[in-house]
Design a protein around this ligand. Sequence first.
Ligand SMILES: *Cc1c(COP(=O)(O)O)cnc(C)c1O
Length: 229
Amino acid sequence: MPNITERLNSAINSIRFFEKKSQRVENSVELIAVSKTKPISDIEQAIAAGQRHFGENYVQEGVEKVLHFDDSSLTWHFIGPLQSNKTRVVAENFDWIHTIDRLKIAKRLNEQRGVFQKPLQILIQVNISDEESKSGVSPDEVMALATELAQFDRLTVRGLMTIGVKTDDLSVINKQFDKMHQLLQQLKKEFDTVDTLSMGMSSDIEQAIGNGSTMVRIGSAIFGARAPK
Ligand SMILES: *Cc1c(COP(=O)(O)O)cnc(C)c1O
């Protein structure tokens, strides 16, 4: 049995360590605990240890968890691919969506977000490594999409998200993460709601934090390995 409390504390310690190492402000990087495929009891342990931000990839499973906890002190991040026929429950139940790369999906989310709810906090996913298998817009499409999204009153454009390329060559990762940081700076100049860069997973949090990430997404290092889905 993995000890979730210990693993969580060790993830937080790493984040604080890399903040310091790269002269970032303490607590400027938020940990999203990625609980996809993991049972409610694991999330309960993480909550008991003080964790409040959780990431989920699958619509049905994610919404079930949000509704199960029904706890306004928790923040739920949808970090998986989103199809247009599944937007409604995501719009109604999640707080953040990290994977916006199409206007059509955003338009539906805007229509489906409850009028009495806080606007959905959204991030544009960028395919910074230009891999064919990956979702996300290319860097030169970011500004145009953000401009369209900024017109939706039930959505708030908070920034950018990316998934780092799988490589042992840290210079490649650093270069791509630096590009993301520059893109975010450009976006910030145009939109005063922008303050978030969701970048970094277990294998690349040092490079992510060194390049200005404000949210890292860590799953298996906290909850243990996942069974293949
Ligand atoms: C699953 C997932 C993570 C966490 O991955 P781990 O390898 O479990 O740390 C982070 N970001 C995204 C987008 C994911 O799908």
